[in-house]
Write a protein that binds this ligand. Sequence first.
Ligand code: BES
Ligand code: ZN
Ligand code: ZN
Length: 481
Amino acid sequence: MIGVNNKQNCDFKIVYVYEKPADSKNNNNEHIPAGIEKIFDCSYKSCFPYVNGIKDNAILYVGLGECSSFKLTKIKDIVAYSIKQLKKYKAKNVAIDLSLFLKEFGIYCIGEVVLGIRLGLYNFKGYTTSKEKTDYDVFLKGYSQEEEYIINVEKNLALNLSEGVILARNLVNTPANRLTPIIMAENIRKLGEDAGFQVEIFDEKYIVENGMDAFYTVGGSSGNPPRLIIARYFGDDESEDITALVGKGVTCDTGGYCLKPGSSMAGIKGDMAGAAAVIGTIYALAKNKVKANVVVVIPACENRVSRESFIPGDVINSMSGKTIEILNTDAEGRLILADAITYALQKEKAGKVIDIATLTGAVVNALGFNTAGVLTNNKEFYQEFKKGYKKSGEQYFQFPIYDEYRDMIKSDIADVKNVGKNYCGTITAGLFIEKFVEDTPWIHLDIAGTAWLETPLYEYQATGATGAGVTSMYHLFSERK
Ligand code: BES
Ligand code: ZN
Ligand code: ZN
């Protein structure tokens, strides 16, 4: 529970303090009790528990480093850090003193504080039978009475956004045997009822009858059949514009006949992080009644090996009519996304498309685990997205598009082939998808590196799923004028 209450008495209060600059003439840091600065330097991510006499409640002083290098987007990290420190103590409820953040950043700090608390305390409940309680009640304090109303509003908006991120993390952390395409579809149907977005689920009959051959080629041979999951949220009645958010929903990617080596199989359950991201986004948009018209399209399927599975050398059709030569069955994401995008354009009349996917290992080689790869055919649209991701604090890097790269996926016997040579794999994967969006403004997000972490990079992350993409896509719409 997160409350807003200046008067709430708590076991612990967290107070944030800047480090004083090295050239400061003042020998004392006036924000911490006299004497402590000798042993506590207030550097970034340092902390000092303090009790002034047994009658007073404890204070945890948390260092922010130097004022000049502290930014709004660091709040989430430091709040998550400080709230986790309290796990060492037996506090049942905790107050966070907002006064310094409010003074520096105004009301914008509230969203970051709330995300820091919720995401910092997140851990995947999993399937263990022990019931350890890791949450505390947290109270926000240190504001003026006039600010209380708006702080509550901002807190509730941020709580819904946090739920979107947590939802995405939970979906990705769920193993493939407990999240088949059918189970995913049913989960999303329930989420729609809760958050107020409309859900439609198409089965394999629809997929086949509508010529979604590329999608069915990947997913049709598994004993767990594919589903095309559609979620619609129309929150802007002044506009006809519809943006499609298309998320790769491969609930397990064994590689198919181009079987993955055993060592790469640990992460195969996470190959639906794109789907999880678009669901987390539409959930938060609908809960917060953001002015936006969004259609989520998720091709959900498994990429398995069976008697009917596709093999390298096959030539398949697609909903768009374009033929595809298969050279690698592990490059399955682009196939299902191709049909999902054609569906979004033809059936949902989407005027803009964002696709998001754990698409290539190559993006991890290029950018590591902190930055996702981007391709786009439209500067203005990407500029809007950039505003969103700058607000969220996520990092993206745009790859170039040149004809030489397009040449790399030309096939002699079909309109396109599903892999290029062993170079610039993130670009050729994106350009495969470009063939199916044609002139529609389009942004392609490859989150193969950022969606899943063995070693968290920030305090608001946990081992496993990160919920990558949710906050950036959410803010694309929430920040629009
Ligand atoms: N889902 C994988 C990409 C991936 C790799 C996600 C590592 C997360 C971590 C995708 O379907 C895939 O296997 N891509 C191949 C493409 C290759 C065969 C051209 C890859 O990147 O190795
Ligand atoms: Zn694959
Ligand atoms: Zn995959």
